[in-house]
Design a protein around this ligand. Structure first.
Ligand SMILES: [Zn+2]
Ligand SMILES: [Zn+2]
Length: 235
């Protein structure tokens, strides 16, 4: 945790991995298959390629419609496209990677995780954000693999601050991610995770890679969010 980059800092993630180019991952993106986004998956893939990202995951709200699009785009890009979804549970939003079926909605986070077969990776999204259903420290007892420490779309600083503080005081989960939670292409990559792992990036190795990752980037902030929202409305 000593190298943890927190929002508002000016991280230079390339400096802490002397072994080679670190992986950059933004694993919380919303596409046209979410009710609150219009971004096409291909646009995210192109942007990820242009910005040097190693992997992305489209995590639409209670939807896996992105998965077939990702399958068809994977041959055309070096960016690893990981199947994801953001599940609404009674304890807040849960990011699920590597589960190809649609997870049930409305259960507790623990019940949701228990209902998912195979070995998907489950990350509590913005768990300390009371405005987005966060259930605070309760998530650490729900069987999750990790939490978001830096969610760039949090309107306020304190949910990320509380997440980092609680994460550093517990030893149950070992993954702390940075994600943009982008709903618009300009927000892509504003926060992300950087891993110095040398493993091949695929679903099989993802848990190990994320265990060796740190959040980087910064929160988008409500001023930029409002101005982008206004521009989108006017366009
Ligand atoms: Zn969410
Ligand atoms: Zn989200």
């Amino acid at each position: 945790m000593s190298n943890l980059e927190v929002e508002g800092s000016n991280p230079s993630p390339d400096t802490f991995s002397p072994k080679g180019v670190p992986m950059k991952l933004d694993l919380h993106l919303h596409s046209e298959f979410s009710w609150d986004s219009k971004v096409k998956i291909k646009e995210y893939v192109n942007q990820a390629q242009n910005l040097g990202f190693s992997a992305i995951s489209i995590t639409d709200h209670n939807s896996i419609e992105s998965h077939s699009a990702l399958d068809s785009l994977q041959d055309k890009t070096d960016v690893i496209l990981l199947p994801g979804q953001e599940v609404s549970t009674s304890d807040g939003h849960l990011l699920v990677y590597g589960f190809v079926d649609l997870a049930p909605q409305g259960l507790s986070m623990k019940e949701t995780i228990n209902s998912i077969k195979g070995d998907p990776i489950c990350i509590a999204a913005h768990p300390f954000d009371p405005f987005r259903g966060g259930s605070f420290s309760k998530v650490f007892q729900s069987g999750i693999d990790g939490i978001e420490l830096l969610n760039a779309s949090s309107w306020f600083h304190f949910p990320n601050y509380l997440a980092s503080r609680a994460y550093s005081k517990q030893s149950t989960v070992e993954i702390g991610l940075g994600n943009s939670d982008s709903h618009n292409l300009m927000e892509f990559g504003s926060a992300y995770s950087v891993s110095e792992s040398q493993l091949t990036l695929n679903m099989e190795n993802l848990k190990e890679i994320l265990t060796r990752s740190l959040p980087a980037g910064s929160r988008i902030g409500w001023r930029r969010k409002i101005s982008r929202f206004a521009k989108r409305k006017l366009s």
